[in-house]
Design a protein around this ligand. Structure first.
Ligand code: 5GP
Ligand code: ZN
Length: 113
C-alpha cells in the first residue's frame, strides 16, 4: 500500500521509535501519546482493520500475546492497562492499517469518548 503511513513506518521509510519487532509485527511509540505509556502494535502486512483478521486468523492472537509482553516490559502489567482497536469511521480509526493501542501509566476512564 503505497500511501499507507504505517506500511511506510514498517518499511523504515519514515522514522519511528521502535520498541519491539518480529517476523509478523512491529511495535512503536505513538507519535501523539494519550497516556504515559502509549504503544502501537501493527502487523507488517497491510490489513485495513480488525475485520481483515479473517484473512490471517493467527495474527490477532499473536498481536495480543505481544501486547501482554509489552505491558510487562513497560511496567504497567500489575497496575493495569488498556488495549484499544479503533475500527472504522464511528470507531474512531484514523489510520487504515490494523493497529492495537496499548495505553497505560494512568487510570483510564469509562465510558471512552
Ligand atoms: P487510530 O486513530 O487510527 O486508532 O490511531 C492512529 C494512531 O496513530 C494515533 O494515535 C496517532 O497518534 C498515531 N500515528 C499517526 N501517525 C503516526 C506516525 O507517523 N508515527 C507514529 N508512531 N504514530 C502515528
Ligand atoms: Zn499499511
Amino acid at each position: 500500500m503505497q500511501d499507507c503511513i504505517f506500511c511506510k513506518l514498517v518499511q523504515g521509510k519514515i522514522p519511528c521509535q521502535k520498541v519491539y519487532e518480529d517476523e509478523r509485527v512491529v511495535a512503536v511509540r505513538d507519535i501523539n501519546p494519550q497516556a504515559p505509556v502509549h504503544l502501537l502494535v501493527l502487523p507488517r502486512s497491510h490489513l485495513e482493520n480488525l475485520l481483515a483478521l479473517d484473512e490471517a486468523p493467527d495474527l490477532g492472537g499473536h498481536c495480543l500475546t505481544v501486547l501482554g509482553r509489552l505491558a510487562r516490559q513497560a511496567g504497567v502489567a500489575e497496575a493495569g492497562f488498556r488495549v484499544v482497536v479503533n475500527t472504522g469511521a464511528e470507531g474512531g480509526q484514523s489510520v487504515n492499517h490494523l493497529h492495537f493501542h496499548l495505553l497505560g501509566g494512568r487510570a483510564m476512564g469509562w465510558p471512552p469518548g
